[in-house]
Design a binder for this molecule. Sequence first.
Ligand code: GAL
Length: 475
Amino acid sequence: MKVLKIFLYVLVVLAVAYLAVVIYFYSQDPFVRWDWSKINVNDVCYPKHFLWGTATAAYQVEGGFSNNNWTWWENQKKADGKPTIQNNDKCGRADDHWNLYPLDIKLMKQLGVNAYRFSVAWSKVMPTPDSINHEALKHYQDVCDSLIANGIEPMVTLFHFTYPLWFQQLGGFEKQENIKHFVRFARVVYKALGTRVKFWVTINEPVVFAYSSYFAGEYPPGKTDPQLTARVALNLLLAHQAVYKAIKSMPRGEGKIIGIVKNVTQMDPYRRFNLLDNLIAYFADLNFNQAYLRAFKTGKFHFFLPGMVNMKQDMPELPSTLDFIGLNYYSHNAFKFTGNIEQSLVALPYPGEQMTDMDYTIYPEGLYRAIKRVAKLDKSIIITENGIADSLDNRRYMFIKRSLYALSRAINDGYHVRGYFYWSLLDNFEWNLGYSKRFGLYAVDYKTEKRTLRQGSKAYVETIKLWKNKCVRKN
Ligand code: GAL
């Protein structure tokens, strides 16, 4: 009898503990699912002064790169002898945006957007540590002038996954002492563009870069070292902080709006009430989202992968180095415990949802969740990327409508979002996936460089029109 009692007692304690853990994980970022059949996606409203933009990054669209970490990477082989880039693609001329930017600005006008996010190529501006290519700087000045003349607000990203090969050879962001080179580049760019550009992004998706380059080995330098991953992640935050301070101390720097871009991907359990799935998802979230959001909120950075790395660093100044948080949102991931930790940490597409052409699903509710989550930083929010790879163009329209509905719903619920940038203006070079993915509002024929507006992209044009004509909130 006594044994049975003890057994029952243990069972109850376990059940309560189990529920408590699942409820705790769930309460961190509750799962959201809307019944789209009951939603009018045109029931939307946005603030009067809203940035409607498209986004690109230099390496993915400009063409004409050399001496860059990615041009080097394109010519390497993986350990198994396979090419580093899908289909052995090389970036090459890309969209020739370097030369065709006047045409591309016309295309932006045709969309009705009023903002453009692009990055400045460090390897073009500083071909060696001590030299500055003034022609390259002049190019970016011309781009800004042309944008402004067309009523389009420029937003500049300083580091979007690529840097000069010399910087990689010095050890890149693996070494704290190398941050000074990035700060120098930022100062050079700011000096050239500071009078033209109000919105600055220091670093695009530090976690994605650290993880893809140093953990998964998919981006240059192709390493797979958890300790280095943590160090690079930390150094990127330090680099952000240093660049923020450097720009703020330069002429007119105080008035600039400077932020970092964080990609928020929800890490959800594959089976909602499975404790082990919840645990795996929790650790994935901790290292992909929570560690960084917490660092910007509290000044304490903690990178913790059980059995692999446990790194803590106080960064008391970090929370005061954000004028806005840039939010990139694409989808959520699912995690399923398989018995093997490493295997369980492989992100799966969320079950039961429609796929994009990437290995993740369409989940517009996640944009709402991501906004809600980054809002905890108490900074204004700009959606710096959101988009879909859809070569058949049979999901883009719905994706855009639903995502913009989620955006409107978040704004309506009081979240302070100042802008939305669609990824991407054009089809482009999707990093290790090469030219296989089609994210563009405009399809690009890479042989002729002809751009064609996709049918599905009209959802974006329509919504911007709706905003212009009648659906403007006063806040
Ligand atoms: C983001 C990245 C972009 C683009 C996009 C689409 O993570 O910042 O450069 O590649 O994903 O996958």
